[in-house]
Design a protein around this ligand. Structure first.
Ligand code: KIV
Ligand code: ZN
Length: 518
């Protein structure tokens, strides 16, 4: 049944982490990663998942198809320009979705019309209406959203005209993007109120907003829109997205919830907030892109109290300096979770608490094996260590082509660093050695010789190292991204020895390339 805005009693969350979010540098995801993220978004209970832009690449098309099959409850969306071939591709990718939505966008601002589209307002209007009609013709259960790109810099009366025409043509959601993060909150709220009051058939559609964060105001403009009648908000986990990102899902949802007294019960979302933190961490471990420590809600310091006065206040009454509970977003107070003597059962139940409820037997075996190895080297194992091990295990359950057998490094400030390593390939050991500009460079060069990198034609795109916890025995988490043509393959490694983690992450990325490009 197409989406009926009249029945809505809450603010819908349209998550675009897998589409607009993925457009941030370093945040591209492969199909398996998108499926893992989509399943987490379903647990988070988002209403709508934008899974990609079907026409943009075969990888996006396949990811939309896969997400459409992997989730049941949320609406699954594919983005399309206002042209028939995009809409056809979106529909083909969405065929297996229980609740498909085609999202059509076309710019409406004078600057976009003049320089980018080279079209008159009448031509834009005509194209928008035809596109929406074409999408509606795909079937009874297809739901259509129309976005007026750069709406916040468009003429208000032209917006009224185009939105009423697309609603008439069958769009059930009209989206008002602040594409360049240009609007001020009050001004944007007034725009939403104006549209609500002046679009004659607005009762037949939901008003959505999609705000970027170029001036750090994406959450503020979205909240102003909600105050003025928007009932759908487009957002991303950790606020990732083009340039400075999109409206951060966790900040928006928690603002509405913490200030329920201000926004009221009809402006709440249906998000299961206990999955906010697991979703944030999963995205971080997939992409290797860390959130800033002082990021609201999900940053490492968001619940840390440094000043003595604050600590004293917290001990006397938590609410003196905390407006929400860490547990409400799925962060537990205790950092220390497990040690050497914890068993497999304890590991599985801790992982469930962290949001990993549907791991396969192989993934659990792999994680348990790594947990035992780590427990021998590191006394206190925290949630963050577990997440790092887990993302490493989940990523590495593919049959490996190359596995690291041993690594020996010589390095120092007076010698040229060198690496000697042996790698297992088809039950044979291959040895290789190289020097380099640093130990990591030496390791990667030695691996390049083993895998014949020049012949494979892949190149290294990113190398990201992150210490998972404090302390010199911290687990080092390494993400390596390699690229061939336009496809990116991401490898992960986690070890108390960051050089071993680097070698494993590189081999993992190469394995993914070899297994998935075939
Ligand atoms: O920022 C934007 O305007 C968009 C549209 C495609 C909705 O991402
Ligand atoms: Zn956008």
């Amino acid at each position: 049944m197409p989406y009926n805005p009249g029945m809505q009693k809450h603010i819908k969350i349209f998550d675009t982490t897998l589409r607009d979010g993925e457009q941030s540098p370093g945040c591209s995801m492969n199909i398996e990663e998108k499926i893992a993220m989509a399943k987490m978004l379903e647990k988070l209970n988002v209403d709508i998942i934008e899974a990609g832009f079907a026409i943009s690449s075969p990888g996006d098309f396949a990811a939309i198809e896969a997400v459409a099959q992997a989730v049941k409850k949320p609406v699954v969306v594919s983005l399309s320009r206002a042209v028939e071939k995009d809409i056809d591709a979106s529909w083909d990718a969405l065929r297996r979705a229980r609740h498909p939505r085609i999202h059509i966008f076309l710019a409406t601002s004078p600057i976009h019309l003049k320089y980018k589209l080279k079209m008159t307002p009448e031509e834009v209007l005509h194209r928008a209406v035809n596109a929406v009609r074409h999408a509606r013709s795909k079937g009874k259960n297809v739901d259509v959203e129309f976005s007026a790109e750069d709406a916040s810099r468009s003429n208000r009366d032209f917006l009224v005209k185009i939105f009423s025409a697309v609603i008439e043509a069958g769009a059930s959601t009209i989206n008002v993007p602040d594409t360049n993060g240009y609007a001020m909150p009050r001004e944007f709220g007034e725009l939403i109120a104006y549209l609500r009051q002046n679009i004659p058939n607005i009762q037949q559609a939901a008003i959505s907003v999609h705000n970027h964060n170029d001036l750090g105001l994406a959450v503020a403009t979205s909240l102003a829109a909600i105050e003025n009648g928007a009932t759908q908000c487009e957002a991303t986990i950790n606020g990732i997205g083009e340039r400075a990102g999109n409206c951060s899902l966790e900040e928006l949802v928690m603002a509405l919830q913490v200030r329920r007294d201000y926004y009221g019960k009809d402006r709440q979302t249906q998000i299961n907030t206990r999955f906010i933190y697991p979703a944030s961490r999963l995205l971080t471990s997939i992409t290797g892109v860390q959130v800033q420590p002082n990021k609201a809600i999900v940053g490492a310091n968001a619940f840390a109290h440094e000043s003595g006065i604050h600590q004293d206040g917290i001990l006397k009454k938590r609410e003196t300096y905390e407006i929400m509970k860490a547990g409400d977003i799925g962060r537990t107070d205790s950092k220390l979770v497990m040690g050497k003597h914890s068993g497999r059962h304890a590991l599985v139940s801790k992982l469930k608490e962290l949001g990993y409820t549907d791991l396969t037997g192989a993934e659990i075996d792999n994680a348990y094996h790594k947990f035992k190895e780590l427990a021998d080297k590191k006394k206190d194992i925290t949630e963050w260590d577990l997440e790092a091990l887990l993302s490493d295990s989940v990523q590495q359950t593919d049959a490996a082509v190359y596995t690291l057998e041993s690594l020996h490094i010589e390095t120092g400030n007076k010698i040229q660093p060198s690496a000697e390593l042996s790698v297992n390939y088809q039950d044979k050991t291959i040895q290789s050695a190289s020097s380099g500009n640093g130990p990591v460079d030496a390791i990667f060069k030695a691996i390049d010789a083993v895998i014949h990198r020049d012949a494979l034609g892949i190149h290294l795109l990113d190398y990201i190292v992150h210490a998972v916890t404090e302390g010199t025995d911290a687990l080092g988490q390494v993400t390596v991204r390699v690229q061939k043509n336009r496809k990116i393959y991401t490898g992960h490694g986690a070890n108390t020895d960051v050089l071993v983690a680097s070698a494993e992450a590189y081999l993992n990325a190469v394995n993914k390339y070899l297994l998935r490009s075939a």
